[in-house]
Design a protein around this ligand. Sequence first.
Ligand code: AMP
Length: 192
Amino acid sequence: MLNIVLFGPPGAGKGTQAEKLINRYNLKHISTGDLLRSEISKGSELGLKAKDFIDKGMLVPDEIVIRMIENFLNQNSNSNGFIFDGFPRTIKQAEALDKLLSDKGDKIDIVISLEVKKEELIKRLLNRGKISGRSDDQNIETIENRINVYNKETSPLIDFYKKQGKYRGIYGIGTIDEIFNNITKVIDEYLK
Ligand code: AMP
């Protein structure tokens, strides 16, 4: 098994890199953002609940996303491993993930953090909003709110994973392939 957390603020490039990494290492991609958006488009009860939080740039409650991850892990138990994208986002989620994996005799191997400065994130997210139509990428207030939520609630995970010796920072500005190469160097070094 190889379990990787792809970490970083909104707009850091996690989804783009995750898509490339799953092919290279034959892993499953779990994006809580994608799972939530799919619930919203199905119009499910969970989706309706999540939409309010997402549209304001706030985090969806821990219990909801932890349950989604638990279901996904159970439904894909024969996988080679997972890339967690956009999860965990709080200490509570990270502790729950450690517990879910350790109950299966498994663990997070490494945490790859894409480091991108705020001005670049805002530029990328506004641009993505034009292309994808994502409701939470449309205005600067929601985007700034998401970056603030990241700084306040998610960035404490940096220390959490540093203490576990799992944290690897990667400079997240450059071409997609340059960044991908730097990520694979770190993973291949770990696998040696
Ligand atoms: P993302 O696609 O990862 O940028 O997520 C989009 C939005 O979905 C976030 O701004 C949150 O509102 C919600 N979301 C995604 N993942 C999580 C998570 N792990 N915990 C709480 N909310 C989440």
